[in-house]
Write a protein that binds this ligand. Structure first.
Ligand code: GTP
Ligand code: MG
Length: 209
């Protein structure tokens, strides 16, 4: 099924987040990770478009950018989005870490704590770099807040088969209970599996007895 992405807004404050009424309470997928890890590139690869701005300069995305994904033919899109994608600012880049930590407490943390329609967090980690303290904190926070999340091991194209195997093993040891998906925006590896995860998370939840 084809989804047409429509850019909704760029939020730099909690008060800017699109209200559930505006998005018909559609399930939302958040893209989280350090600056330059490949969040915007992943969004573009999933959508097959250039909606999200990518850059080789770390820290380019400085707001939460919301995109609504609509089913239907061009010009006749269904009003209720099938999904919302939220591209979050990166954390943990040394040069701007102070600014980023302000943003973290100002609105990323409230976003993760309070966003009621958040169905899945894709927590991106660069599979080429050793486990980072900021990533550990991020993933610990997702656990604490009981968020549904998948760890996406990005830029896997930079490693050979054997190197990648070892790097994924290291990630499994660092995050033992997490689902880990090797991914490359260059080759498309992992894309279908991530779409499966996204679809599954967006299905109506079974009512708990
Ligand atoms: P911020 O918005 O700054 O937090 O960064 P981001 O996480 O959105 O990263 P972005 O998608 O802008 O990508 C950063 C750089 O990494 C760009 O130069 C991309 O081309 C490159 N990149 C992203 N994904 C991959 C990948 O899977 N493989 C390789 N080799 N490069 C990638
Ligand atoms: Mg970005």
């Amino acid at each position: 099924m084809r989804l047409t992405p429509i850019f909704l807004l760029s939020a730099t404050d909690v008060s800017h987040f699109p209200s559930p009424a505006k998005t018909y309470d559609a399930p939302e997928i958040a893209f989280l990770g350090r600056s330059n890890v490949g969040k915007s590139s992943l969004i573009n690869a999933l959508l097959g478009s250039k909606q999200a701005h990518t850059s080789s300069t770390p820290g380019r995305t400085r707001a939460i950018n919301f995109f609504a994904l609509h089913e239907g033919q061009p010009g006749r899109l269904k009003p209720r989005p099938a999904l919302i994608f939220a591209d979050l600012p990166g954390y943990g880049y040394a040069k701007i870490s102070k600014q980023i930590s302000q943003e973290w407490s100002k609105f990323i943390e409230p976003y993760l704590r309070e966003r009621s329609n958040l169905a899945l967090c894709l927590a991106l980690v660069d599979v080429n770099v050793p486990t980072q303290e900021s990533d550990r904190q991020m993933i610990a926070y997702l656990r604490e807040t009981d968020r549904n999340f998948v760890v996406v091991a990005t830029k896997s194209d930079k490693l050979s088969g054997n190197q990648l195997h070892k790097a994924i093993q290291t990630l499994r040891e660092a995050y033992p209970e997490a689902k880990i998906v090797p991914y490359s925006a260059k080759s498309g590896k992992g894309r279908d599996e991530l779409w499966r995860e996204i679809r599954q998370s967006a299905e109506p939840r079974a009512i708990e007895a």
